[in-house]
Write a protein that binds this ligand. Structure first.
Ligand SMILES: Cc1ncc(COP(=O)(O)O)c(C=O)c1O
Length: 397
């Protein structure tokens, strides 16, 4: 409601080009062109503005990276341009980043981190035994953190049109862009479709797209590296976003380095290209095989229906839950699929997520299961689910 009120108050009329930060001369140069362009092509007001945003964000203040630091950056640029000042460099004494100020890293720390990152180095004579021992212990102790459908182009167009019509800010989680297995499906980025839908959409719809090192062919959940690309963001909101990112500090260097490789992988002709491509294909090919295996095995079980796993890393099979089991679930004050998943866990040790946690059509039941276990283990898991399901149907018949 508040959003709608704010939009009405500010109106939705077209902005002049100069109000979007272009120079007056370029605005003048474009004036004649603007006259010829249909008015509805011009930009409309942003949906997300300082007035419509969450006021808690506006209230955040972080002096350590506030206006002083912005000014410091400006002064550095001025010094680079040769503007004379009573000093020759800006010394960034605002944050306690010792190594940025020249302090040397502690060798043992870097050695252990290098070994953890690339365990093949455990065979290298360049590392001391105590660092290797420590890395082995850390590697043993930590594992990575850890609905199967691919949106069609038409579906994405509909979502974009809906956002445009209803004045919504679009958030596109595109972390599974490499995980497409079905030959009938392709990954279409929201940004690409947005631009192909024409200027009415591409210059108006506000979009944030997310990507992460945790998924795709990388599966590097432990690095917490990712990015968000924003399009058509109101400049003031961009300022707020930068402020929030500064407050939270950035991901560790390792996470940033991993993300850098994702967006800029080795290219043909470079030394690592072949191995990189081989490993990537192997990971994705393996997942594609497991996707098919899961679909096929689930569909052999009476009372389970599984759509083709077009992408990502999950199956989301629909399960039939008999009326008596629904009653038993109600007696336990549980959603029926929660009851089913709880029994599955208790009886088989297999942990899946009830469909009610994701939203599903009234009266239907699902669960979500990853296809990440190695093939032989996955086969065992699927067999156990099958046996459990058949028993469950008999028990509550
Ligand atoms: C659709 C989707 N987006 C994002 C994430 C998590 O990304 P990150 O590890 O970068 O927080 C997941 C993790 O399961 C996911 O399934």
């Amino acid at each position: 409601m508040q959003r709608a009120a704010a939009l009405v108050r500010r109106g939705c009329g077209p902005r002049t080009p100069s109000s979007w930060g272009r120079s007056q001369s370029s605005a003048a140069a474009e004036a004649s062109a603007v006259l010829k362009v249909r008015p509805e092509r011009s930009r409309r007001e942003r949906i997300l503005t300082l007035e419509s945003m969450n006021p808690q964000v506006k209230a955040v203040e972080y002096a350590v990276r506030g206006p002083i630091v912005l000014k410091a950056g400006e002064i550095e640029l001025e010094l680079q341009r040769g503007i004379k000042k009573p000093f020759t460099e800006v010394i960034r004494a605002n944050i306690g980043d010792a190594q940025a100020m020249g302090q040397q890293p502690i060798t043992f720390l870097r050695q252990v981190m290098a070994l953890c990152t690339y365990p093949n180095l455990l065979d290298s004579p360049s590392f001391p035994e105590d660092a290797k021992k420590r890395a082995r212990r850390i590697l043993q102790a930590c594992g990575g953190n850890s609905l199967g459908q691919v949106q069609s182009r038409k579906c994405i167009e509909d979502v974009i049109h809906f956002a445009w019509e209803e004045k919504l800010f679009l958030l596109a989680d595109e972390v599974y862009q490499d995980n497409v297995y079905s030959p009938d499906c392709r990954f279409h980025s929201f940004k690409k479709v947005l631009y192909e839908m024409g200027p009415e959409y591409s210059s108006n719809v506000e979009l944030a797209s997310f990507h992460s090192t945790s998924k795709g062919y990388m599966g590097e959940c432990g690095y917490r590296g990712g990015y968000m690309e924003v399009i058509n963001l109101h400049p003031e909101i961009k300022g707020q976003l930068v402020k929030l990112l500064s407050v939270r500090l950035c991901p560790p260097v390792s996470g940033q380095a991993a993300m850098d490789i994702v967006v800029n992988p080795p290219v043909a002709g470079e030394e690592s290209f072949e191995q990189f491509s081989r490993e990537k294909e192997s990971v994705l090919g393996n997942l594609a095989k497991k996707a098919k295996l899961t679909e096929d095995l689930f569909n052999q079980v009476p009372g389970i229906h599984c759509n083709p796993l077009q992408g990502a890393m999950y199956a989301f099979p629909r399960i039939f839950i008999p009326a008596k089991a629904v009653e038993a679930a109600q007696a336990h004050q549980m959603a029926p699929d929660m009851f089913y998943c709880m029994k599955l866990l208790e009886e088989t040790g297999i942990c899946v997520v009830p469909g009610s946690g994701f939203g599903q059509r009234e009266g239907t039941y699902h669960f979500r299961m990853t296809i990440l276990p190695p093939v032989e283990k996955l086969k065992t898991v699927l067999q156990k689910v099958k046996d459990f399901h058949i028993n469950f149907l008999e028990k509550y018949a």
